[in-house]
Design a protein around this ligand. Structure first.
Ligand code: ADP
Ligand code: MG
Length: 248
């Protein structure tokens, strides 16, 4: 039996901003089909940069892969742009819960389809995947998204991403600024989505504890490099992780 190539793979990747600022160096990592992979590390470590180069949006911030390669299911996509990556089934949920504040929750959900460019007529069925995992949204469909709570906004951006029907979901800091109980609920929902929808996930988050609880595999970054990587259940047992990231 031939083994499948990873859904996403970085081979010795270097990323430079503005032609001179070295943000990421010598990074090799991969996510296998169906896995939840955690990308951990302090602010400025390079987590968002990696997600942005995978989804292709880093290029619009003058980021460039200057060494190494990025592969999607074995295919070299190092130089592909954001539009091509969307077509390949990658959806990137940016840091900071970017909702359209003046649009309603419903209108925000519809944007999921517009962006995909699949069609412009909306079918009620398209909401079903959103409501299946976030039934709370059904009660606030007419609310302006700017008035929704932080937790509701995080649910909304994940729900909107699901309407894209991605096969690889990149999540940047989904837990940031949310109460612990909410983080637990949302992360549990991510696990359900991962299992039921066959969506591979790469989650960059500073909350190592919660993220490792749901991850299969974890990478810890510092100063643009990967310092440690292991299956998540082994990573949580390592002394340096306990000391610096888990507060134990
Ligand atoms: P993290 O997500 O782990 O906090 P980032 O990937 O955002 O880290 O940042 C990694 C490094 O790249 C930091 O030094 C940051 O200042 C720099 N950086 C991030 N985005 C840009 C950008 N658009 N232009 C220039 N430098 C950037
Ligand atoms: Mg970041």
């Amino acid at each position: 039996e031939e083994s499948e190539p990873p859904v996403v793979e970085l081979d010795n990747v270097e990323i430079v901003y503005d032609r001179h600022f070295l943000a990421v160096q010598g990074v090799s990592m991969s996510a296998d089909e169906g896995d939840i992979v955690a990308l951990l590390g302090p602010n400025g470590a390079g987590k968002s940069t990696i997600l942005k180069m995978i989804s292709g949006i880093g290029r619009s911030e003058r980021g460039e892969v200057t060494r190494g390669r990025v592969f999607l299911r074995g295919e070299d996509v190092t130089n592909d742009g954001a539009n091509e990556m969307v077509q390949r089934g990658i959806t990137h949920i940016l840091e900071g819960r970017r909702v359209f504040e003046d649009l309603t929750v419903e209108e925000n959900l519809r944007c999921g389809l517009y962006r995909q460019g699949r069609r412009f007529r909306f079918n009620e069925d398209d909401y079903q995947i959103a409501f299946e995992y976030f039934p709370q949204l059904e009660d606030i469909m007419d609310l302006k998204a700017g008035y929704a709570s932080g937790g509701q906004q995080q649910m909304l951006v994940i729900a909107r991403a699901l309407i894209h029907r991605p096969n690889l979901l990149l999540l940047d800091e989904p837990s940031l600024g949310l109460a612990p109980k909410l983080v637990r609920d949302i992360f549990e929902t991510l696990v359900e989505i991962n299992r039921q929808e066959d969506i591979t996930m790469l989650i960059a988050d500073q909350n190592a504890k919660r993220t490792l609880e749901i991850a299969d595999y974890g990478y810890v970054m510092e100063n643009g490099q990967i310092e440690l990587h292991d299956p998540a259940d082994e990573l949580v047992e390592r002394e340096e992780i306990k000391e610096f990231y888990l507060g134990t």
